[in-house]
Design a protein around this ligand. Structure first.
Ligand code: ADP
Length: 157
């Protein structure tokens, strides 16, 4: 059976931290689905289509990585896609506490799911989509924090 992992997030926008987690996870799975949440709770800065376009550009040279939108529970999306793994990145102890409860609740809801955590590289630990958004909103240059493939696209915002 194919080993499929879902890497869920808002990716508003995708950062070098996200890119690095996916690239390092490629050898572990037959397929990685970068699942872009529509996230009813927060209004996104970038439209869903833009967030997806950025991700497709970033991972265009990786045939085992695909990008899909989803809504609803991550575990329901995993069931639908036959994915038995959820991939998440960990930067800090705050990430860990947050991820621990989600991971444990997901396991309760879908017994066959395993959440796999990868530690961020030290250079990407401070990088977050929210800080990238703040830089863009305030007219700064966020290019060093986003994947090279989309740095030029961000100049438009
Ligand atoms: P969410 O809205 O679910 O927090 P994000 O798009 O912010 O989604 O992040 C998706 C995943 O990527 C999460 O597991 C998050 O911890 C991880 N992540 C975010 N930024 C980084 C980074 N700089 N390095 C490693 N992992 C990261």
């Amino acid at each position: 059976m194919k080993k499929i992992a879902v890497f869920p997030g808002s990716f508003d926008p995708v950062t070098r931290g996200h890119e690095n987690i996916v690239v390092r996870a490629i050898p572990l799975f037959d397929e990685i689905i970068v699942a872009v949440g529509k996230n009813v709770q927060k209004d996104s800065f970038f439209y869903l289509d833009t967030r997806i376009d950025f991700l497709e550009k970033v991972f265009q040279d990786y045939p085992t990585v695909k990008v899909m939108p989803y809504e609803g529970l991550t575990v329901d999306f995993c069931r639908q896609e036959n994915a038995k793994y959820i991939l998440r990145g960990l930067r800090t102890s705050a990430d860990f506490e947050f991820e621990r409860s989600i991971g444990q609740m997901n396991k309760k809801m879908y017994h066959d799911i395993e959440t796999i955590f990868m530690l961020s590289l030290t250079e990407y630990t401070p990088v977050s989509s929210s800080i990238v958004r703040d830089i863009i909103r305030n007219g700064g240059d966020a290019s060093q924090f986003v994947p090279e493939a989309i740095a030029v696209d961000l100049e438009k915002y």
